[in-house]
Design a binder for this molecule. Structure first.
Ligand code: NAD
Length: 286
């Protein structure tokens, strides 16, 4: 008993000396998160941020190799599960894996999404591609919410997050298929909030501006085939409006950290727009 508490005291002291007492305002101490699309970009940055602020994180991604590698880099509070969000059984498995590993699921972040190359005119819309994108960006989000709710409802607590996009709020920023998928995410959040708010579960989404992650770079390469990566990244950044800042994965990760924390305990059904003012502006700043 005594020796134990002495040891504990030393441990706390050492820990206190090594780690600054506040990493940021919002803490996730004791919380367990499951993040889809966590091997790269926004998902990876959010996993890192959540762990830094005390959470245990299960990283789910279709890319097993990079996902496992990333989880290993993030240490003992990170683990990886292979998951294709377009398959309901994969989502269900990821949720069950999280609960069996950590005993609970507090935060479900439905972040995985893909871009697509479809013709710009609705007349030429390829409905097979449309179905494929909707299966990941919309059905994957719905399945994620469904299975998170399955384990959150009995505990009457939980936080569900999704990544939407400014392209889901305005027309003409991306091709129809992608825009439609992201406006659906914003709609899903409203619809599900209406049920789950009565059960103690918050549901929100984040709408980022363009960020030069692999996802956005792939998409842009098609439009501007001759440009190198640096020039493409600069172009994506320059499309923003806020002077002195670029939209980066950590801006989304910080928004997610806030929404996931108890400091956001009365925020539900919200679309947190992280766009440097873009959707209030009149046009691309090119
Ligand atoms: P990213 O390419 O860096 O990461 C996306 C991750 O999702 C990858 O690790 C990929 O393997 C994974 N993934 C793809 N399909 C999957 C599937 N079926 N199941 C599970 N995982 C899958 O891209 P990102 O920019 O971090 O994108 C994350 C989210 O942000 C997406 O929903 C995207 O639509 C959204 N978003 C991105 C931007 C941007 O400009 N980058 C802007 C607005 C919204």
């Amino acid at each position: 008993g005594h020796a134990n508490s002495q040891l504990k005291g030393i441990w706390i002291q050492t820990r206190f000396l090594q780690v600054p007492p506040t990493q940021g305002c919002y803490q996730l101490e004791g919380k367990v998160a499951l993040i889809t699309g966590a091997a790269s970009g926004i998902g990876k940055e959010t996993a890192t941020n959540f762990i830094k602020n005390g959470a245990k994180v299960v990283m789910a991604d279709i890319n097993k190799q990079i996902g496992q590698q990333t989880a290993r880099q993030l240490g003992a509070n990170a683990s990886f599960v292979t998951c294709d969000v377009s398959k309901e059984s994969d989502i269900s498995n990821a949720v069950d894996y999280t609960v069996s590993r950590h005993g609970q699921l507090d935060i479900m972040y439905n972040n995985a999404g893909i871009a697509c190359r479809t013709p710009p005119s609705i007349v030429d819309l390829d409905l097979a591609t449309f179905d494929k994108v909707i299966a990941i960006n919309v059905r994957g989000v719905v399945a994620g919410i469904k299975h998170a709710a399955r384990v959150m409802i009995p505990r009457e607590t939980g936080c569900i997050l999704c990544t939407a996009s400014v392209t889901g709020m305005m027309g003409g920023l991306a091709q129809h298929t992608y825009s439609i998928s992201k406006s659906s995410v914003i709609g899903i959040v409203k619809s599900v909030t209406a049920e789950l708010c009565k059960l103690g579960i918050r549901v929100n989404c984040i709408s980022p501006f363009a960020i030069p992650t692999p996802f956005a770079m792939d998409e842009m390469k098609d439009y501007f085939p001759g440009m190198d990566s640096k020039a493409l990244a600069d172009m994506i950044h320059n499309a923003g409006v806020l002077k002195g800042a670029n939209c980066e994965p950590r801006d989304i990760a910080n928004a997610a950290l806030f929404l996931a924390s108890d400091d956001a305990k009365y925020i539900s059904g919200h679309n947190l727009v992280v766009d440097g003012g873009f959707t209030s502006f009149k046009s691309l700043n090119l």
